[in-house]
Every structure is written in C-alpha cells, then in structure tokens.
Write a protein that binds this ligand. Structure first.
Ligand code: ADP
Ligand code: MG
Length: 255
C-alpha cells in the first residue's frame, strides 16, 4: 500500500537549547485524513508542524512522512537524519500555510502561485500560468491573478497562499492557525476552501482554534500542552467529552 499522504511520529522529541519543546510526541495521520491540533500558545504546535515540514530537525524519535524517514534513532546516540537532498525533495510534497500568509509582497497573486512550480520544479511559465489560473479559480479568486497581496483582503491573501501551496501538488497540507490573523468575517471563506480540500481527500494537519471546523471536518484531534500530547482521539468525542482534566480546562476557556 502506498504511504503517500501519511504522517507517523513516534516519541518525537525536539529541544531548543535546554528547553524541551516536544516531549515524546506520538501522532498518526492516515492518507486522506484530517487531524486538528489544539492547545495553548507555546505548547509546541508550530514546532511540530515545522518538524513535519522539515523546517526543523528532530532530536530523537521517529518521524516518517509519506513513508519516508525524516530521522530516527536506531539506538542511543545514533540519530539518523535524512540527507539534505532527500529532505529538499520531500519538502516539495508538503504544502504549508502560515498564520501570516507569507506571500511574496512584490509579486502578483499569479506570480506567487507560479513561483514554486517555475523555480523549484522547472515547469514552463505558460503551463505554470495556466495552472495558477485554475488554482486561483478553485479558491474563489478567478480574475485576481494580477493583484498584489497589498490589494487583497486577509482572507483573499490566505486563499492565494493555499493556491500557492497546492501548485506544488502536495500529498499533505499543513496549516498553522490559518484563520487566526483574519477579521472574523473573513474566516469562513478560508475554512470553506479548506473544507473543499478535505472533501477532495487531501491529507491535512491543521493547528486551529476553530473548534467548529475541527468538530465538522477533522477525524482526530490532538490536544497539546507544554510539549506533551495530552490527549488524542476522535474529534467529536474529545470535544464533547474530554478524558483529561487539562483538555477540559482548555476547552472551557476557548469554547
Ligand atoms: P505554539 O505554536 O503552540 O504556540 P511553538 O511551537 O511556537 O508553540 O513554541 C513552543 C516553544 O518553543 C515556545 O516556548 C517557544 O518560545 C519555543 N521556540 C519555538 N521556536 C523556537 C526557536 N527557534 N528557538 C528557541 N525557542 C523556540
Ligand atoms: Mg504556533
């Protein structure tokens, strides 16, 4: 069976200096599944996504993305990291969407969406431009390709960012609080695009405070606190009836 679109972490650890940010994290996302990560600020959610996207190396444990090792420990002090070349290739298969959109401000929406295919995959400009137009239409931004990020609303910019990630034809999409920087009336349009992606069978790992989205769209939810995976399970079950007191406290604060 193909391991495309899968994420497996076992006892994943990550420290910055003496600060242990991820402590023995276990996580499994099957192909086509949507998982949400919730938890207070500073609990390690972004760091976990950055490890999965190869933006950070892990210190210990196992991390397998699309069936390929990103690093594992065979025995004490024998950490095996993936080669930089392998990692660079792997990273093209993983789309990431950030809270602050991170669009190139000096490029049009179309040029933003074309940039990955043209620069990384060496796709011909004409083909990349056609694909960009299709993707912008898919996120509800047909006709906006000529606009610069500053001429777009936050919700529109975030949809361009999603189109840009999709242009690389990823098998996994990671979202780090994609709606947290948006005006409330713009949140729905971004969540709608994410719902469409979920319906198409994209594997998605979403850090979010949108509990409604998590309840409706996610299969599993992971609650993190202080670098620990405190509770993990069926999203509706955990949200309705958390087993751990820390999860319950957090949910009472945010719901
Ligand atoms: P969250 O996304 O849940 O808010 P983060 O993963 O951003 O949490 O951060 C977890 C902890 O790791 C925080 O205490 C943060 O200050 C620390 N941290 C994150 N990135 C770095 C870094 N590059 N260097 C040092 N500390 C970091
Ligand atoms: Mg974060």
């Amino acid at each position: 069976m193909s391991a495309d679109g899968t994420i497996v972490a076992r006892k994943l650890c990550k420290s910055f200096g003496h600060h242990r940010v991820l402590k023995d994290i276990d996580l499994t996302v099957a192909a086509g599944e949507i998982s949400c990560i919730i938890g207070p600020s500073g609990s390690g959610k972004s760091t976990l996504l950055r490890c999965i996207n190869g933006l950070e190396t892990i210190d210990r444990g196992v991390l397998r993305v699309n069936g390929e090792d990103f690093g594992h420990v065979e025995h004490e002090n024998a950490y095996h990291a993936v080669t930089p070349q392998r990692l660079a290739h792997q990273r093209t298969r993983i789309g990431m969407v950030f809270q602050q959109f991170n669009l190139f401000p000096n490029m049009t929406a179309e040029a933003n969406v074309m940039s990955g295919p043209v620069l990384v995959k060496k796709v011909a400009r004409k083909a990349a431009r056609e694909q960009a137009a299709e993707l912008l239409a898919r996120v509800g931004l047909a006709g906006c390709g000529h606009k610069f990020p500053a001429q777009l609303s936050g919700g529109q910019q975030q949809r361009v960012a999603i189109a840009r990630a999709l242009a690389m034809d990823p098998s996994i999409m990671l979202f780090d609080e994609p709606t947290s920087a948006l005006d409330p009336e713009r949140v729905g349009e971004v969540l709608a695009v994410m719902r469409d992606l979920a319906d198409l069978g994209m594997t998605m790992l979403v850090v979010t405070h949108e509990m409604g989205f998590a309840r409706e769209v996610a299969k599993d939810i992971l609650f993190m606190d202080d670098g620990v995976a405190v509770e993990r399970g069926d999203a509706r079950e955990v949200l309705a009836n958390p087993a751990e007191p820390r999860t319950r406290e957090f949910l009472e604060r945010v719901l």
